[in-house]
Design a protein around this ligand. Sequence first.
Ligand SMILES: *[C@@H]1O[C@H](CO)[C@@H](O)[C@H](O)[C@H]1NC(C)=O
Ligand SMILES: *[C@@H]1O[C@H](CO)[C@@H](O)[C@H](O)[C@H]1NC(C)=O
Ligand SMILES: *[C@@H]1O[C@H](CO)[C@@H](O)[C@H](O)[C@H]1NC(C)=O
Ligand SMILES: *[C@@H]1O[C@H](CO)[C@@H](O)[C@H](O)[C@H]1NC(C)=O
Ligand SMILES: *[C@@H]1O[C@H](CO)[C@@H](O)[C@H](O)[C@H]1NC(C)=O
Ligand SMILES: *[C@@H]1O[C@H](CO)[C@@H](O)[C@H](O)[C@H]1NC(C)=O
Length: 639
Amino acid sequence: MIAPSLPRLILSASLATIATLLTSAAPITQDPCATLGGLNTTELTYDAVANCYRAFTYNSEIATKTLATVRTIFNDYYIFRDSALTPDLQAPFSSAPVDIMNVLDLIGQKKYQSDYEFHNDIYKAVQSLHDAHAGYSVNCYNAYLFAQPLNLYAPVVDGKQSMRVFVDLARRGYEDCEVTTIDGVDALSYISKWSDSLSYSKDSGVRQNQALATQIFNYESEEFILSSGEFAERATLPENPYVDYVLQCGTTADPIKLRENWRVLPLTGKGFSNMDTYLSNVCYPPKPTEQPSNMYKRELDQPVKRQLFPVARKSALLDATPSPSTLPAQGLAQAVQMGHGNATVWYTLKDKPNVGVIVVSTHVAEDAELDVALQGLELFSKANVTNIIIDFQGNTGGSVAFASFLVQLFFPSTGQLDTSLRSDLRVTKSIQDLSTAAFNVSEAGLYDAAGYIDLGTKQLYTNDDLFLQSVPLTRNGRETGYTESTTLQPAILPKIEALASYPWTNQPNNIRILSDGRCGSACALSAHYLHGKYNVTAYSIGGVRGDNLSIFSFAGGAVSALHDINKIYAANKVVSPMEDLPYEGDIRVPILEVYADSTDVPLEYDASKYPANYRMDFTPENARSRDVMWTQVATHAWN
Ligand SMILES: *[C@@H]1O[C@H](CO)[C@@H](O)[C@H](O)[C@H]1NC(C)=O
Ligand SMILES: *[C@@H]1O[C@H](CO)[C@@H](O)[C@H](O)[C@H]1NC(C)=O
Ligand SMILES: *[C@@H]1O[C@H](CO)[C@@H](O)[C@H](O)[C@H]1NC(C)=O
Ligand SMILES: *[C@@H]1O[C@H](CO)[C@@H](O)[C@H](O)[C@H]1NC(C)=O
Ligand SMILES: *[C@@H]1O[C@H](CO)[C@@H](O)[C@H](O)[C@H]1NC(C)=O
Ligand SMILES: *[C@@H]1O[C@H](CO)[C@@H](O)[C@H](O)[C@H]1NC(C)=O
């Protein structure tokens, strides 16, 4: 890793200036995007990116079009528009009410100087909902990744929680030095406040986990590797060009003051040589040449798979740092890996051979993953495993069907509707027109009533009444139209004889959930079933010492992107009330909500369903060796 040097920047800036002089007689104008475009990857700096981003003046045409679309998707499709107004959410949530339409209207009235500021305000408004299903990003201002070499965590040592260095990617050996301050502020308070800007969860402890470094399983190298966390690695422009840290390494040494620049990595492969080509190549969508996609084709035996970002990813600087000697966990000393698929990894504990561990790192899974799971359970059974830990840490979801199948492997379905949750969607005139045209056709996404169960008849809908008979619901004083209660066509596993012979099947006492609260979307549905419905005891690790911590986050329901909704309109020849965004990018909102049994509070906002039975502390040992963490859970649960 070569720190970009100042003289080089000045040199290329002056070269760009000379080029301007040579090619045109116009007065010398600085084009910051020309400077940025002329840098190679190792020369990128915070300032170079910031200057290019901030060079574009506010463009009222782009702003007006953008805001019109953002307003409509939040006003008419976003299922939590009125739930988001809920005041005083109970612990473990700590999340203020948001009147998203009002916030968007204020953005519409504000005078902006720069285009970046306008888009960044929309981004921040959507983040403030603390729902990772909702997102706004444009490639124009998410074109680079910013990374800090210090990756932090917040372990508890000698009964006290502190901010410490998990990994120093610059290889100065600062691991486990205490970080006393960040930018002059107490480090724990700083990260706690900073992580409140993250959308990831309504629980501030989970947001802290999302901000900090952790380990994720890497299927290529078959081991746990570093994930930097959102504080140390982000696609949005950081507040400042550097971060100041004060480290205390050991109790007697002098404090170390560090000023760490952001390392900058490009996220798009798109070249540009000035502001004009930055706009056309990076900001605007490519000219439409692609074939219409048929990704909404619904196969009869396979419910639609829905996926989600942001995915926990391996630290980008790992690739830029050849074989860092300081990296934790090359293999696990106390666990034996029995095998893996593309979404699950299977271990037994050496010292507790009756304990099996299933790491479910994602719900983005093919049907073949079920064969992996059945083999894994069979191997557990042959190894005389009686107790199982299901480790959901860092799982951001995927297929709703996989969420249900996974639960049925432990608690086989006994009736048609015990594997699905009561749900509803918003209804407007335009959604009614769409659903009428889209009834029982392949490209209908979530707007095809034929994919839902009529809870009166317990059969699939045979007409579009679900959407045509809108039900008014009042939430936080605002009334709007929803569908009647329904549920998606359940995904039911065929009867599997072997399951009945396993000692853990239908036995919550033989199963434990382990999470860090970062089990989102489809993962949240699995966790809710196991814990909330089948009474499986859950442990969550990390967060803030003394506070309860969620098992899962953004249980919401089902998410859809603007692109996807507009493709459904187009495929069914109904005019969408939303134009695509002028810039290449994405808006996502949850459009279907689910409820736990016997309550009218959507699961997304039902704080009582979130806390784990036990919160565990990260320690320098268990944060680096997952087997140590599993042994702690097994000892607490079954000794
Ligand atoms: C990028 O810059 C580095 C450092 O100056 C230099 O060594 C390297 O050759 C350059 N790479 C390219 C592709 O220009
Ligand atoms: C895992 O992914 C590979 C590559 O896409 C695929 O060939 C394989 O079938 C997948 N395995 C499972 C269990 O889904
Ligand atoms: C499992 O238990 C059976 C019966 O007690 C025993 O015969 C067998 O060796 C055990 N298998 C393993 C892998 O420990
Ligand atoms: C939906 O379409 C399928 C085949 O295209 C047909 O067999 C089925 O009866 C239709 N269902 C309804 C409710 O119209
Ligand atoms: C759930 O599990 C706990 C702990 O094992 C037990 O005390 C409780 O009675 C169970 N509740 C239900 C409803 O089964
Ligand atoms: C954690 O949850 C338990 C059970 O709901 C409750 O009794 C306790 O007061 C909570 N602790 C905190 C710090 O909120």
